[in-house]
Structures are given as structure tokens and as C-alpha cells.
Write a new protein. Structure first.
Length: 196
């Protein structure tokens, strides 16, 4: 499926409620190649004539639907829609791992770094955080809800080196944020850091 016509010509087939329904949950996710990219994105302004891709990633069937938007003269326009499999994407290795990580609790527990670095918001003081480590076997009792099923990725020029992926889960209405850092060690992906 590839459309390269202008949005006005795509309206017959394009149903925004269906296509963007995956964004109607409580959060959205974004993948970065490292923490610096995530922090830089928070600080940068979008340039004129920017291209942003919104990806609908179906972890169950291994497909990615990519909606590419172009900003011209201050207005965003949908330019293309493409669908492909994980195997055709530069995040193929990580997405295949992550699909199993969020669907298989035994595999998930085997894919946690030991020890796991955590940074948690102090429940007594919103301005402070608690920085520490937990044993991998504590993850199951501690574990937050990891994004699963259909997730999003908002690509604004991120580069992925293949050794680290930072997954940010951002609340749509509550401003809450969780960050999962995965690192590839000796050929295997592991969750190496969690922060909320």
C-alpha cells in the first residue's frame, strides 16, 4: 500500500478515525537511538519544510503503517502512506525483540539486565527522584505496564545505531512519562534502565 498523491485525492479511501484510532488511548510512544536525541527533541523547534513520520506499529502481526507529513508554509499535510513488515524497517531487530518482550512474561523476565537501573519519582516530593538499582527478579513485582499491541513512533529525524533504543511512553492528558532504555549486549536486547 503506497499513496503518493496529495491528501485531497486520498480522501475517498482515507478514514482518519480508523487510521489514527491507535492514538486514542491514554498514551503514545516514541523510539529514539539514545537519550540525547530524546532530550534534544524536547528543546528543538520544528523547521519550515520539515518531514515527520507517524508510525502505527502492530506488534502482533509485525507490520508498520507509516504516515508521512510535510510542513509547508506553516501547514502540515499528509504526503504518503506506506505499509511494510518489520523485516523491511531499520528497527527490524529491535521490533521483533520488543514484540516478544511485551507478549511473553518469561522472555521478558529473561531480558531484564541484572541489576536494572531505575529512576523513580519520589512519591513524597514531585521535584525529586529516587535513583537506584533492583535485581532482575524484582521486575515482575515492580513492573509497570509496558506498551504493547499497537504502539506509535513519531520520527523527526532520529537515527538508530542498532545498539540502544530509548522508548518513551508519554501520557496524552496527564503529562506522565515513562522511559524504557534497551541495550543490545552480546547479541541480545535487554532492558537496562527504567524511569518514570
Amino acid at each position: 500500500l503506497e499513496h503518493s498523491e496529495r491528501p485531497a485525492e486520498m480522501l475517498e479511501e482515507f478514514d482518519p478515525e480508523f487510521e489514527f484510532g491507535f492514538l486514542s488511548g491514554e498514551y503514545f510512544t516514541t523510539l529514539y537511538g539514545n537519550a540525547r536525541q530524546m532530550l534534544a527533541e524536547d528543546d528543538e523547534e520544528m523547521e519550515e519544510d520539515s518531514i515527520v513520520s507517524l508510525q502505527r506499529i502492530n506488534l502482533s502481526d509485525g507490520t508498520i503503517r507509516n504516515f508521512e507529513f510535510l510542513r509547508e508554509e506553516g501547514r502540515w499535510q499528509l504526503e504518503t502512506i506506506r505499509e511494510r513488515t518489520f523485516d523491511e524497517d531499520d528497527l527490524s531487530d529491535f521490533l521483533s525483540f520488543y514484540a516478544r518482550f511485551c507478549a511473553d512474561s518469561i522472555f521478558q523476565s529473561q531480558s531484564i539486565a541484572n541489576p536494572l537501573h531505575i529512576v523513580l519519582q519520589d512519591p513524597d516530593d514531585e521535584e525529586q527522584s529516587i535513583d537506584g538499582i533492583i535485581d532482575a527478579d524484582q521486575w515482575q513485582t515492580f513492573s509497570p505496564e509496558v506498551p504493547s499491541g499497537i504502539i506509535s513512533n513519531i520520527r523527526k529525524g532520529q537515527h538508530y545505531g542498532g545498539q540502544r533504543i530509548v522508548l518513551r511512553k508519554s501520557g496524552l492528558s496527564n503529562g506522565l512519562q515513562e522511559v524504557f532504555t534497551f541495550t543490545k549486549e552480546r547479541g541480545n536486547w535487554r532492558l537496562t534502565r527504567y524511569e518514570n
